[in-house]
Write a protein that binds this ligand. Sequence first.
Ligand SMILES: Nc1ncnc2c1ncn2[C@@H]1O[C@H](COP(=O)(O)OP(=O)(O)OP(=O)(O)O)[C@@H](O)[C@H]1O
Length: 388
Amino acid sequence: MQDSAVGKQSKDILLEVNNLSVDYFASNGAVHAVRDVSFVLRRGEILGLAGESGCGKSTLAYAVSRLLRPPAYVTGGEVLYYPRGREEGASPLVQSKLPKSGRANKNNGSEAIDVLQLSPSELRAFRWSEISIVFQSAMNALNPVMTVGDQITDVLKAHRPDMGPSQRKKRASELLNLVGIAADRLNSYPHELSGGMRQRAVIAIALALNPELIIMDEPTTALDVVVQREILQLISDLCREFSTALIFITHDLSLLLELSDQIAIMYAGKMIEKASSQDIYEHPRHPYSYGLLNAFPSLHGPIRKMVGIPGSPPDLRAIPSGCPFRERCPLAFEPCTTVVPSLQSATAEKPQQLVSCHLYDSRLSSRGIPSTTDLARSYESLAEGSRA
Ligand SMILES: Nc1ncnc2c1ncn2[C@@H]1O[C@H](COP(=O)(O)OP(=O)(O)OP(=O)(O)O)[C@@H](O)[C@H]1O
């Protein structure tokens, strides 16, 4: 597990997502896939998104990178991006092409770009140079009739017109080396590479323009677990080396805990807990976070009883009132049925650990803050058929 790296890294805010909501307008009703999500990502920070299948992780990642297609629509909120100043090396394309009009003076001392307001041409300038995106099965997105080298130099040609052919080739070789592929593979076609190498080549392309942020949604699902781990480790090492921020999604929770600075846990379209990976690992606060972590066996530490979370997430077309997790929660109490909890500091000692749960609101709960033992016992009693 990484140290609480936020303290070590720059405190600059790179991305600020405020009250973002996304619906899929399906024929059988609107699916509320992302609901009022707010979070901040700092420069160079690695944020892991976790949660059961269907909780809205990919939709959030697509919304932030403006890749949503109908029937998905952003129904509210903003995605503010804080580019580096010209003197700090922001890409010239972004400096010249992004509108002054789309920028808002915000906190943080620098101007923000509202990503959701960018026009198509502004978006083209923004993608790759500021944000790179690697989605599921990305390695299959390589063009089968172009060499890997040409695919890298194409990106450079489109976005860095100042670079000549020999500079582009040199940069392509450097990038392949960075991801552990010998430069003589520049002339290889994708079918001549293994799955792991193709995935590395995709990462090289994502890094080509030194973006500030990379978003990866299960980038390694098609690979075996050993190669998956190697590649995710490589990505996080490279992000640390270049201070590139990373938002990544994987179902491998132990890997997520190991590689991320911060973890955000989603449930039914909401962010229900956000904290450093160390805090989440040592003391998950939300009963759902505890249940999710406890559903995986640990290779280290004492032997513990594993109890799964009963039931299944709600239908996102008809979300129940109050807390969306209450029907599965072993510690649900009266206010959970009516009052929607908001994301707030869990305790005064750890104000950075944010949780969306009434158990941490002394105005609503008189039980006192639950310990991990309380959370474990509550699941055990639920499994035994009696409420804690
Ligand atoms: N095109 C669509 N039309 C209607 N509903 C959709 C569509 N795409 C996704 N959804 C719904 O939106 C919700 C969020 O989906 P999303 O893919 O973002 O979840 P996820 O957490 O990334 O899941 P997974 O881990 O399985 O990738 C799910 O309930 C899903 O069924």
